[in-house]
Design a protein around this ligand. Structure first.
Ligand code: XMP
Length: 517
């Protein structure tokens, strides 16, 4: 792999993604990992990320010279660049001049490895206080900026490169080209890491560890569990059984998407547990959001456990025990939990959260090394329907937390119809990618007066909550064109009798959350 050494800023994961966009596999490692540990991974190259600190700050993360002396190509960015310059015997000084945001870099050698074929002037994004003022011996200075006399260094002999700016951010116009030049030209790495290779590798790895055992997978209808299941199915076919708990809180068409489209496309062996009545019973009379969540979570675990026991029992009878459980864990979770190598798709013995002692599984986590957009590519490669691959986030408790008031069959039916209209119109308007998700919320506890035809109505409002976001931690309300909103409003109030008002939520997060409950 290409190792991206995380010097403690938020950039490392972004860099890892950019490397992968060049079809080169990358992994993030903490700067606390020792040089021998890094080299033991036999990296094809090492990228040193930016970081928050000055190289002069107390406790600034250091760079072990062994990394630069191992013959492995290295590319330093921002802090990583400065640490590299210092380590190689150049000098980094407090110039008192800070460079933040977009700056113009002057390329002084347009035939160099990094800048080959690029314009002499390019916009780059910077964020630093100290500056490199003298390049290390043996390196060539190939770019400058107003505040950094040494803004890029290259040494083709030792294959050491670095830039003072952040090539990984969009504001650096030639950033991706510079990075790709490092990877392909500087380090000589071929770009052959593609979704189809990932499928081949994972299929082989899954076959290897699972052998003849049987595997269980809980399908939610979401992207991650679906793609993980499709991958395992590709590897071990009917040894996999998927369990889908239909809690009756899904949107229109979603159960069919899983039961029909997904099964037709992937051939998975699917057990659907119809638990609609059980969930409705358990939710009767409950309006408090957290109580709803607890009830839905509890019923879900109960239902899944029972289904798992049935599947485990069957496996026991035919002598092929169910030993494995598929989980759709993604790479960002692995990195954030400080978890080890992303390459290992299997974690050994593990007590799966929430399952009782008599149901012990080992985990198969075939998406452990992948970012979300890569999971989607793998899904497409496996033929998972686009409606699932591109599905927007949808909460586990489903429509249960989008009814303000009691979750009843009739409230669910009203919300489902209104939601289907909103989704269809937003898709029709081509807004699916721009909108992160658009909860439609039924205010079942609120009634307002309206007029329709000659008659007075006393119906319920629904709220449209379209948001734009990167990660759901923060969000802004999406500026959906008025005509699209008008069309949604007209159709909902005409077609869903119980609803006589459509309102738009124009609150960002914070202070509002995305969901209303
Ligand atoms: P909030 O409402 O906290 O939502 O801004 C952030 C993201 O999380 C989703 N969400 C949930 N997902 N179980 C889930 O699996 C939940 O109880 C839950 N509540 C919110 C929400 O849809 C959004 O994507």
């Amino acid at each position: 792999p290409v190792l991206v050494v995380d010097f403690g800023a938020q950039y490392a994961q972004l860099i890892a993604r950019r490397v992968r966009e060049a079809n080169v596999y990358s992994e993030v490692v903490p700067h606390t990992m020792t040089a021998p540990e890094m080299l033991a991974k036999e990296p094809a190259a090492i990228v040193l990320s930016g970081g928050p600190s000055s190289v002069y700050a107390d406790g600034a993360p250091g760079l072990d010279a062994a990394i630069l002396e191992a013959g492995v190509p290295v590319f330093g960015m921002c802090y990583g660049f400065q640490a590299m310059v210092q380590c190689l015997g150049g000098s980094v000084e407090r110039t008192g001049m800070r460079e933040y945001g977009s700056t113009r870099a002057q390329v002084t050698d347009r035939t160099s490895t990094l800048f080959n074929g690029q314009p002499e002037e390019q916009s780059v994004w910077m964020s630093h206080g100290d500056a490199a003022v003298a390049a290390p011996d043996g390196t060539q200075v190939t770019a400058t900026t107003p505040g950094s006399p040494v803004a890029a260094i290259e040494d083709d002999e030792r294959r050491l490169y670095g830039v003072q700016w952040h090539p990984e951010v969009m504001h650096s116009t030639f950033g991706q080209r510079v990075l790709e030049n490092f990877l392909h030209r500087g380090a000589g790495i071929a770009g052959d890491w593609t979704a189809s290779n990932v499928v081949d590798e994972q299929v082989a790895a899954i076959r290897e560890v699972v052998g003849d055992d049987r595997v269980l997978c809980g399908l939610s209808g979401g992207v991650d569990s679906s793609v993980a299941a499709a991958l395992v199915q590709r590897a071990v076919g009917d040894q996999l059984t998927c369990v889908f708990v239909d809690h009756g809180l899904l949107r229109e068409g979603e159960v069919e998407q899983v039961e029909e489209d997904f099964v037709a496309a992937t051939g998975v062996n699917l057990v659907v547990v119809d638990a609609k009545a059980q969930f409705l019973d358990a939710l009767a009379g409950v309006s408090d959001p957290e109580t709803k969540r607890k009830i839905i979570g509890r019923e879900f675990i109960r239902t899944f456990e029972q289904a798992a026991r049935d599947v485990v029992g069957e496996g026991a009878e035919d002598g092929h025990p169910v030993k494995w459980l598929v989980q759709g864990t993604l790479y960002p979770d692995v990195v954030e939990s400080g978890g080890g190598s992303g390459a290992a798709n299997i974690k050994s013995h593990h007590n799966v959260g929430g399952l009782p002692d008599d149901l012990q599984f080992q985990l198969v986590e075939p998406l452990r090394a992948l970012f979300k957009d890569e999971v989607r590519q793998v899904g497409l490669e496996l033929g998972v329907p686009e409606s699932i691959v591109w599905r927007q986030p949808f909460p586990g408790p489903g429509l249960g937390i989008r009814i303000i008031g009691e979750v009843t069959e009739s409230n669910l039916d009203v919300l489902r119809r209104a939601d289907a209209i909103a989704r269809a119109e937003l898709s029709e308007a081509g807004l699916d990618r721009e909108i992160w998700q658009c909860p439609v919320v039924l205010l079942a506890d609120v009634r307002s007066v309206g007029v329709q035809g000659d008659g007075r109505t006393y119906g319920h409002p629904v709220v449209l909550r379209p948001v734009s976001s990167e990660d759901a931690m923060t969000a802004d309300w999406t500026r959906v064109p008025y005509e699209v909103l008008a069309q949604i409003s007209t159709r909902i109030t005409n077609e869903v009798e119980e609803v006589n008002r459509v309102v738009l939520d124009v609150t960002s997060k914070p202070p509002g959350t995305i969901e209303w409950e």
